[in-house]
Design a protein around this ligand. Structure first.
Ligand SMILES: NC(=O)c1ccc[n+]([C@@H]2O[C@H](COP(=O)([O-])OP(=O)(O)OC[C@H]3O[C@@H](n4cnc5c(N)ncnc54)[C@H](OP(=O)(O)O)[C@@H]3O)[C@@H](O)[C@H]2O)c1
Length: 255
């Protein structure tokens, strides 16, 4: 299993992000710190319950569209991990306007890109010194989620090569376009950060019962996380960086 020393999860107060936090602390070698980013710590009751039962979970106020909170989160993480750096950044937060052409608006396009595309990029830019620090400290290891990695939670809906006409694969312009752009950012980061030994890949976590996935989705967050953790474990070495991986069907997808 993966054994990152520290992990930052964005959008960790509900859905897949919250389940990531719950499963990370159950790893055989759990992280020393799991930083759980959320917009409203005071109202994040489920996350508070997890943090109360496990000292390694640190709730951090974070709105990925607000650089001041990203900078503040960086300072909090830095002062906690000290010279150990940050091992794993999971860009999970999402704003999903699942609308078709007649209903799409400029504002929907802007907010989906801000949260789903620009947010992850700015998180990486801000946290890069800590990711580099973690990577340097374990330079004897190959690239992996236990050395230093960025995992962008993307979607099969963001794959242009897998785009086809159908109920979930037509339109949905704000969400799909912002995830396609996140995929490009993932690919670029994997090239830029190769020299630092930092793995950067995107994963499709399946169709999951959450606010975004809706009540008719195929799997629970618990099942989703079993697949995601298996995928993260597989990702070792350069060939696993710069890919879009479908955790459910266990295959690399076309961008
Ligand atoms: N569910 C699925 O079927 C499915 C399928 C494919 C991919 N995914 C991907 O999986 C990831 C998690 O999705 P999910 O279904 O778990 O979503 P979700 O339950 O709807 O949760 C979304 C999370 O993102 C947070 N968030 C929204 N805007 C934010 C911002 N500006 N800054 C920081 N956090 C923000 C939300 O916080 P608040 O509570 O404050 O709003 C919430 O914690 C997403 O990247 C999504 O695209 C999901």
């Amino acid at each position: 299993m993966i054994s990152p020393k520290s992990v930052f999860v964005t959008g960790a107060n509900r859905g897949i992000g919250l389940e990531f936090v719950k499963q990370l602390i159950k790893l055989p070698t759990p992280p020393k710190y799991v930083f759980a980013g959320c917009r409203n710590p005071d109202t994040s009751k489920d996350l508070q319950t997890v943090a109360e039962s496990n000292d390694s979970v640190k709730i951090v106020q974070l709105d990925v569209t607000d650089q001041a909170t990203v900078d503040e989160a960086y300072k909090t993480v830095q002062s906690t991990v000290k010279d150990e750096g940050l091992t794993l950044l999971i860009n999970n937060a999402v704003h999903a306007n699942l609308v078709e052409l007649p209903d799409v608006t400029r504002d929907m396009m802007k907010i989906n890109f801000d949260v789903n595309t620009i947010g992850p990029l700015m998180m990486v830019k801000t946290f890069l010194p800590l990711l580099q620090q973690a990577s340097n400290q374990q330079s004897d290891l190959e690239m992996s989620c236990s050395r230093s990695a960025i995992i962008n939670i993307s979607s099969d809906s963001g794959s242009i090569s897998d785009n086809y006409d159908g109920i979930y694969h037509g339109g949905l312009y704000p969400y799909k376009a912002s995830k396609a752009a996140l995929n490009m950012i993932t690919s670029c980061l994997s090239l830029d950060l190769k020299k630092d030994g930092i793995l950067c890949s995107a994963i499709h976590p399946g169709w999951v019962i959450t606010e975004t996935g809706g009540p008719n989705a195929e799997i629970s967050t618990e099942t989703c996380l079993q697949y995601c953790m298996e995928a993260l474990e597989l990702m070792k070495g350069e060939k696993w960086s710069g890919i879009l991986y479908d955790c459910i069907n266990k295959k690399i997808m076309g961008w």
